[in-house]
Write a protein that binds this ligand. Structure first.
Ligand SMILES: Nc1cc2c(nn1)-c1ccccc1CC2
Length: 291
């Protein structure tokens, strides 16, 4: 295979674990030659075809080819690939600002102007992917990292179940995290770029309120809430949220994929791109009320 067969340890000093993914563990590493820090994602290979452990070769190669096709400031970069008997190791751009998820947890909720700044960056990264007909399919706060707390550039990570979308071909078995999956995933109907847009609606709802729109006491309840598109903007959490923000979310939490807002629709939505001072004022008001 075209991947480097020398040991990762010949070229990198392997440090602490900073995360994990599908059959993978991610560690901070330092390049011995340049001193530059990276993230090394050690993906365990499936040994026997019957084994349930480890990632299948075609899944590893899909994640790699997708990462190699993407080149955008809001998407994690892939620099190198190593392979040995048990792992394929991706040398990735290191981001050390933690997960957007933790950022919300610490802050409880974000002011709308901060939320739009984050969501706009998620949309820019998605726009780059969707232009190439690539869907992430596992968008959730844990897969949105911050470079650092200061300028807070976001990076989308974990393309482990990401797919090229060819028309009507993409039915994949239930994947992703229940809280964020779209109705078509639960119904085993074709997935598409629109499946990511549902997740953007759920993520925005959580960013603004700290609560999850469809989360039930168990998976079944969550799925029922999703299929019924049963959510509301409870005044207790959304009393200070602008109508523009609610309109943005309502355009995404739409059951029919064809009627759901696209990434282009979102980037030109007034909540993301206010077209006049009135709309800017509307967002600001929401911000001041929250203080
Ligand atoms: N499943 C995961 C999980 C992670 C990452 N990638 N995939 C990652 C990539 C670059 C920098 C930092 C991380 C942290 C966790």
């Amino acid at each position: 295979s075209p991947y480097r067969h020398e040991p990762v340890e010949d070229w990198y000093i392997v440090g602490e674990e900073i995360g994990s993914g599908h059959f993978a563990v991610v560690k901070k590493v330092v390049c011995k030659r340049s001193g530059t820090e990276f993230a090394a994602k050690f993906i365990r290979k499936k040994r026997a075809s019957t084994s349930r452990r480890g990632a299948r070769r075609e899944d590893i190669e899909r994640e790699i080819s997708i990462l190699q096709e993407l080149n955008h400031v809001n998407i994690i970069k892939l620099y190198d690939i190593f392979e040995d008997k048990q792992d394929v190791t991706l040398i990735l751009e290191l981001v050390s600002g933690g997960e957007l998820f933790d950022f919300i947890a610490e802050r409880d909720v974000l002011h709308e102007s901060e939320a739009t700044a984050f969501i706009a960056q998620v949309l820019e990264g998605l726009a780059h992917m969707h232009l190439k007909n690539i869907a992430h399919l596992d968008l959730k706060p844990e897969n949105i990292l911050l470079t650092n707390r200061a300028q807070a550039v976001i990076k989308l990570i974990d393309f482990g179940i990401s797919r090229k979308i060819e028309d009507g071909k993409n039915e994949i078995q239930m994947l992703g995290t229940p809280e964020f999956v779209a109705p078509e995933v639960i119904a085993y109907e074709p997935l598409g770029l629109y499946t990511d847009m549902w997740a953007v609606g759920v993520i925005t709802y959580i960013l603004l309120s700290g609560c999850s729109p469809f989360l039930g006491d168990n998976k079944q309840e969550t799925f029922a809430n999703i299929c019924a598109v049963d959510f509301s903007f409870d005044d207790e959490f959304f009393g200070n949220t602008s109508d523009l923000a609610k309109d943005f979310i309502r355009g995404l939490l739409v059951k029919h994929p064809g009627r759901r807002a696209s990434v282009t629709d979102c980037l030109s939505h007034p909540w993301i791109k206010p077209i006049n001072d009135r709309q800017k004022e509307e967002r600001k008001e929401a911000k001041t009320n929250l203080e």
